[in-house]
Design a protein around this ligand. Structure first.
Ligand code: ARG
Length: 561
């Protein structure tokens, strides 16, 4: 039952000057329940009616059919609607419990959405920034599915580019096979850092690196062999982290995949007269878009990040025929994606409008930005391991007899990091302190998990009875806030997708957990009276929606912890 729509329907005959859709868009949900469950502001009507908003509100209250509400009252310029709590509350619970996929909709009409996500760079550790891309992308994939789309998760590995020339050059100068084998990524990073230090002193090194990359692009055997080896070793380490997060991809087509697809792009640009020469390089001028030129080919003929992204965008349209194409990449690449879209538009691809750069802010650790080049790197694996360890300590303290402690500690520790990442509005930068993230209280993932486990434990204690659906009235007013939040879930999922914002769901889950705990602290649930069945239905609904919220975020929901 969509009560907001009901409010709009009831208002419609009394508000001639607005369409029902416009009315719907104006209806508010007051933060404070004493101001009604829904409120309609009359300010915009004052002009056409030549009346004060207060008068208009009073007139509307008199004019409408109030039979389906407990009360409707004018409060200053607002018309406030109060639902019949007993009636609406039980409808809300029924909606949840009778629908396995409660909250989902079919708006997406099964359209394909490609999601460019994670995309770490070979021969470098996966950073906290790549973690953000991974978990935001993964969550958006699930959110898109809940909104009726079909996501395609693409890991656009950074496995091509000048840096591999530098790495090969560094390896040839200072590398040892045994050293790389013993500790691949760390060793490769060490070579890379050394290369940059040495190149400061001797800039000729950069030319050597560029030359190696050119060889690689031309298929030179030695260069290709080393590149492949670096790539394989790196991927193994990345896979460990994806396993830990339990995240899978539909494609690992990284930058190198487009090696044989770029000529076509360059030809198309040429045919359309879009290529210009600038200081020996081939570029697309984007002055009319107020953007810097997009570099397509370097002086030595080597292609660039941009060239590969153009080829990838076209490939994705052809291969997946997407209705939306998302790029979950840090905000520092904003201009790159603006340029990419602008070039595609100039090429005549109208579908470029469906490309969305889903950007996000930086994660700092103790206020410092992370960068590989300076050698200051946070290893994601260490962060996750530390988090699991912290979770383990707390479980040991709170619930030492828990049967599958290790597994739960893993779900809580990893979930804590993921939840924290997603709880922040994605464009905001934030500082990361592990102790704050793994707490069982406060705005954390473990708090939501713990609340769900508590709900599950109540159901277990009651013997997991078969619930009766025809009598779900709870007279205790304290449940109303919980029931109302349950009813908000479908709109929450829509909003999360509209804004490409998993934090909408994380914040929702926190509110629901808080509301439920407040109710739980002040009431006895397992009391054998006429409303026991209804209260258990409430507990079960809360657990169902919390579990689904966590799932949409890529966080596990242990039944006991
Ligand atoms: N590998 C890049 C980086 O770490 C991110 C790639 C993003 N995706 C893309 N299609 N450009 O910065």
């Amino acid at each position: 039952m969509d009560y907001k729509a009901l409010v709009a329907q009831v208002l419609d005959p009394a508000v001639d000057e607005m369409s029902q859709t416009d009315i719907l868009s104006k209806i508010e949900i007051p933060k404070d329940s004493s101001k009604g469950d829904f409120a309609f502001p009359t300010f915009t009507l004052a002009k056409s009616r030549h009346q004060a908003p207060n008068q208009i509100a009073a007139a509307i209250v008199d004019a409408i059919d109030q039979s389906q509400f407990e009360t409707v009252e004018a409060a200053g310029p607002y018309v406030n609607f109060f639902l019949d709590k007993a009636q609406a509350g039980q409808n809300f619970l029924r909606d949840v419990l009778l629908n396995e996929n409660y909250g989902h909709n079919t708006d997406g009409e099964a359209g394909h959405v490609t999601i460019d996500m994670s995309s770490p760079n070979i021969a470098k550790p996966m950073s906290m920034g790549h973690l953000r891309s991974t978990v935001i992308g993964n969550s958006l994939a699930e959110i898109s599915r809940a909104n009726g789309y079909q996501p395609i998760k693409i890991n656009h590995l950074g496995d091509w580019g000048t840096q591999f020339g530098k790495l090969i050059s560094a390896y040839k100068r200072w590398g040892s096979e045994a050293e790389v084998k013993a500790d691949p990524i760390n060793t490769l990073v060490k070579y890379y850092v050394k290369f940059h230090e040495e190149a400061e002193k001797d800039p000729a090194l950069n030319d050597e690196g560029r030359a190696w990359f050119k060889k690689l692009e031309d298929g030179d055997e030695e260069a290709t062999h080393l590149w492949k080896w670096f790539r394989d070793e790196s991927l193994k380490e990345f896979m460990d982290i994806y396993d830990e997060l339990d995240i899978e991809f539909d494609s690992f087509n990284g930058e190198s995949f487009y090696n044989d697809k770029m000529d076509e792009v360059v030809d198309m640009l040429e045919d359309k007269g879009l290529l210009e020469e600038s200081q020996g390089a081939q570029v697309v001028n984007l002055d009319d878009e107020d953007l810097n030129v997009a570099m397509i080919k370097r002086t030595d003929g080597a292609t660039l990040y941009m060239t590969r992204d153009l080829a990838a965008a076209i490939f994705r349209k052809r291969n997946y025929n997407f209705v939306k194409s998302l790029y979950v990449v840090g905000g520092e690449q904003r201009e790159h994606f603006q340029q990419m879209k602008a070039v595609l538009k100039k090429m005549g691809f109208d579908w470029a409008d469906e490309i969305e750069h889903v950007s996000f802010g930086l994660i700092t650790v103790d206020g410092k930005k992370l960068s590989t080049r300076s050698g200051r790197i946070i290893l994601l694996k260490d962060v996750l391991d530390d988090s699991v360890e912290l979770a383990q300590e707390q479980i040991e303290e709170k619930n030492p007899d828990l049967p599958n402690k290790e597994e739960v500690a893993h779900e809580v520790g990893v979930g804590a990091v993921v939840f924290h990442d997603l709880m922040n509005e994605r464009t905001k930068s934030f500082d990361f302190k592990l102790e704050d993230v793994v707490r069982f209280e406060g705005d954390t993932g473990p708090y939501v998990q713990y609340t769900n486990a508590r709900a599950q434990s109540i159901l277990r204690k009651a013997g997991n009875p078969e619930l009766v659906m025809d009598e779900l009235t709870i007279t205790d007013d304290a449940v109303w806030e919980v029931e109302k939040l349950l009813a908000e879930f479908p709109n929450t999922l829509k909003r999360a997708w509209r804004e490409y914002e998993p934090s909408v769901i994380a914040k929702y889950a926190l509110s629901l957990a808080r509301a439920f705990n407040k109710y739980y602290a002040n009431s006895v649930i397992l009391k054998d009276d006429a409303e026991l069945n209804a209260r258990l239905a409430l507990v079960k609904s809360v657990s169902q929606v919390l579990t689904e919220s966590l799932r949409l975020l890529g966080v596990k929901a242990p039944k006991e912890m």
